[in-house]
Design a protein around this ligand. Structure first.
Ligand code: IPM
Ligand code: MN
Length: 377
């Protein structure tokens, strides 16, 4: 427990990022009403739009603040036309850059369908999967694989002949993310919806790729330390169909970086869409939490997008901080936030446009804030 309080660095970023982050900050404020807040939240500019204005992605002070902070909340980065000289998106420093420099090795994406949330399929809103059947966490390696800068082009006479990305799987990278997944399966209250079994599924392409063979070997080696947790395996292609057909089988899933990137967006459909998908980028010393939907330039400034992903990111942040510092105040707030979100979603009164509703971003924030206040009384 940190008596002096925790520093939370907030990067609203681009597009709709500031709109959803504003609601996240509102919720943090509501949770702290009636007592001294156990944290200080400070906002810092940065991202693609900032780059277009200033020529810099962010300031050295902001980077130092991210390093110093006890936890980071990120909105979204990326803006049309905001590109660095090397072709990377401006704002990369805030996402991929922090994953690298703070060694945030586990990308943790909870995928849970709350009662009252609909699936948008072919433009229609339906309840396709039963909420009780979708309750998993996908853990994605976050520092290596095809995301390492071992890439480049071979040019001859200014003409690109070959472009190469190198897939790198290391012992350390695989081992620590797999261990994270098993620890998570051990700590989670619930097993898989299908049968209550605590299970970790290793998703890979070890029938073809060497890096995946090594990842699976490492999985087996780590799994030996967790005899009470079931081991499960899926080739990534087959996994995509099983995920949609039998989500109830999955409890904790672990995958390499690029495959994890793809399967987590597919999984977001099961939880009602990207508007509900949050992610934690977690390392040994630092962590950053974000709604994973991106900056959605088309919707920027309209107070229209779904802020629930940000509320779930705030919940993840509070829970991580609370667990790490053995601070029951924060875990209690995370629990309270989760219950309030669940209550607001259950009766469908907070449906934003992506759910076929008309509630605004700030309107959804107000409803969750009211639920938090109501619960306290
Ligand atoms: C994610 C995103 C990022 C990634 C992008 C914004 C670089 O898609 O967090 O899943 O590819 O990891
Ligand atoms: Mn992604």
């Amino acid at each position: 427990m940190k008596e002096a309080g925790y520093e939370v660095a907030i990067f609203p970023g681009d597009g709709t990022g500031p709109e959803v982050v504003r609601e996240g900050v509102k919720i943090l404020g509501t949770l702290a009403e009636g007592g001294p807040a156990p944290w200080r939240a400070t906002e810092y500019p940065g991202g693609g739009q900032y780059f277009l204005r200033t020529g810099r992605e962010w300031e050295p002070e902001s980077e130092a603040a991210a390093r110093r902070a006890d936890a980071i909340l990120l909105g979204a980065v990326g803006w049309p036309g905001a590109m660095l000289a090397n072709g990377d998106i401006a704002g990369r420093a805030l996402v991929l850059g922090l994953r690298e420099s703070l060694d945030l090795f586990a990308n943790v994406r909870p995928c849970r369908l709350y009662p009252g949330v609909q699936h948008r399929i072919s433009g229609q809103y339906r309840e396709v999967w039963a909420p009780k059947n979708v309750d998993m966490v996908i853990v994605r390696e976050n520092t290596e694989d095809l995301y390492t800068p071992a890439r480049g082009r071979l040019r001859r006479a200014d003409e690109t002949e070959v472009a190469v990305d190198t897939r790198i799987i290391t012992r350390k990278g695989a081992e620590r993310v797999i261990r994270y997944a098993f620890e998570l399966a051990r700590a989670r209250l619930r097993g898989a919806p299908e049968d209550g079994v605590r299970r970790v599924t290793c998703v890979d392409k070890s029938n073809v790729m060497e890096g995946c063979r090594f990842f699976r070997e490492t999985f087996d080696r780590v799994a030996a330390d967790y005899p009470e947790i079931e081991r499960d395996y899926a080739y990534v292609d087959a996994f995509t169909q099983w995920l949609v057909r039998n989500p109830e089988h999955y409890n904790v899933v672990v995958a390499t970086n690029m495959m994890g990137d793809i399967i987590t967006d597919l999984a977001a459909v099961l939880q009602g869409g990207m508007g509900f998908a949050s992610g934690g980028n977690i390392g040994a010393e630092h962590a950053m939490f974000e709604p994973v939907h991106g900056s959605a330039p088309k919707y920027a400034g309209k107070n229209q997008v779904n802020p629930f992903a940000t509320f779930f990111a705030v919940e993840q942040l509070l829970r991580w901080l609370g667990d790490r510092h053995h601070d029951h105040r924060l875990v209690g707030q995370a629990d309270r936030l989760e219950r309030s979100i669940g209550a607001v979603l259950a009766d469908g009164r907070a449906r934003t446009y992506d759910q076929g509703g008309t509630v605004s971003t700030s309107g959804a924030g107000d409803l969750v804030a009211a639920a938090i206040r109501g619960e306290r009384r």
